[in-house]
Design a protein around this ligand. Sequence first.
Ligand SMILES: Cc1cc2nc3c(=O)[nH]c(=O)nc-3n(C[C@H](O)[C@H](O)[C@H](O)COP(=O)(O)OP(=O)(O)OC[C@H]3O[C@@H](n4cnc5c(N)ncnc54)[C@H](O)[C@@H]3O)c2cc1C
Length: 407
Amino acid sequence: MPISFDLNPGSVSGQKEMHEIAVTHMRPWSRKYDVHEHEMPWEFVNPMWARATGKGVKLDGSPGDGMVTVCVQTEELCWGDAGLYLRSPSPLLGGSAVAAAGTPEQREKFLSPFRTGKPKWGAMAITESQAGSDAANIQTTAVLDEKTNEWVLNGTKIFCTAGDAALTHEGGFVVIWATLDKSAGRGGIKSFVVTAGTPGIKVVGCEKKLGIRASDTATLVLENCRVPYNHLLGKAEVKKADDAKGDKGFKGAMATFDASRPIVAAMAVGVGRAALDFVKEELTRQGVKIRYDSPPTQQTAIERDVIDMEAELQAARLLTWRAAKMIDRGQRNNLEASMAKAKAGLAVTKITQKAVELLGPPGYSQKLLVEKWMRDAKINDIYEGTQQINQLIVARRILDYSSSVLR
Ligand SMILES: Cc1cc2nc3c(=O)[nH]c(=O)nc-3n(C[C@H](O)[C@H](O)[C@H](O)COP(=O)(O)OP(=O)(O)OC[C@H]3O[C@@H](n4cnc5c(N)ncnc54)[C@H](O)[C@@H]3O)c2cc1C
């Protein structure tokens, strides 16, 4: 079915509203929270929370034009500041996991606290020292205590975005991926919700990073952390390790990425657009015009670079909107989500580096935000599946190879 790239009125008004937030509540604080890594940016968090609680958070993950609008809004906020965006008081990736793998009751239970009260955060913890791209190699364990009907979780999770905020604010939660049976490989992996205040989980540190420094990136240790049986996301078909044989749990958990990759791609597009807009404004200020319709043989080097940046950005955005639109239509978008993520990760890296280059020495100086955008860009090519992993998924889907054949 063809996809129209005209935004509906709801997406357009959301875009305008987020642009206003980006200008008013993000850009003025960009440098402060780049420097003061790990501090909570309340100047951004408070107005965002007031807005979210006033309007309600979309909880049901139902089809509509929801994901396209989310991507359009994400682009605007990341045009404002990608690190601050990751501090948005919302379920974030944890919300994507609950929406993708949870039952309607679980969505209500874990996401409804985000409608009221004080600011709170969600997070998702997959990565361990030996398991990132190779998510099937997760060593964190979940064992059912049949007497109490609780899951007992043990392990260490690293690089968890918003992990600290999620566990230190009431109503927050982290979705933990753990194995019921290491010998079952991916078939043994399930995801579990651990809410803030649960004994047995602690934050043991936050990473100092190259970019998105406003965002907290936590290391979490789980020691005999007990969660109720119904915190296992999805239908309660698993009771013990033997029941975990088969692929359903892992596939359910991986479905999170089909929803989250278009959002990360939109983040990349936002950062890339920030850099490109700035370059174009600067060129206009210097009286340099980009003649978009001039033949290639007559273009200046600057014109060719800017047109190339525009083309990269547009291609990434259109792939992102296509992947998002497929979710809104209830279509499987595994291939398209990876295409968008891979393209946008490369595009933003290229665009921001070129922006620093075109601006000359001021582009490299902290007087401008362009050097920061270049640092913020690269993460989009790493988390939610690296460039190489997303290319691998695209190849598998196009060539119809399984993950055991093409790896
Ligand atoms: C700032 C930040 C925030 C993060 N937030 C989160 C989060 O919220 N939750 C979470 O769970 N994780 C998070 N991560 C972790 C991130 O998702 C992983 O780092 C990423 O998936 C890569 O996995 P890895 O670290 O195991 O690297 P590796 O898998 O060891 O990859 C190293 C390199 O090898 C390449 N490679 C690996 N396998 C293949 C292959 N089969 N073919 C070709 N190349 C391959 C990779 O592309 C990469 O270039 C975050 C990371 C960072 C840096």
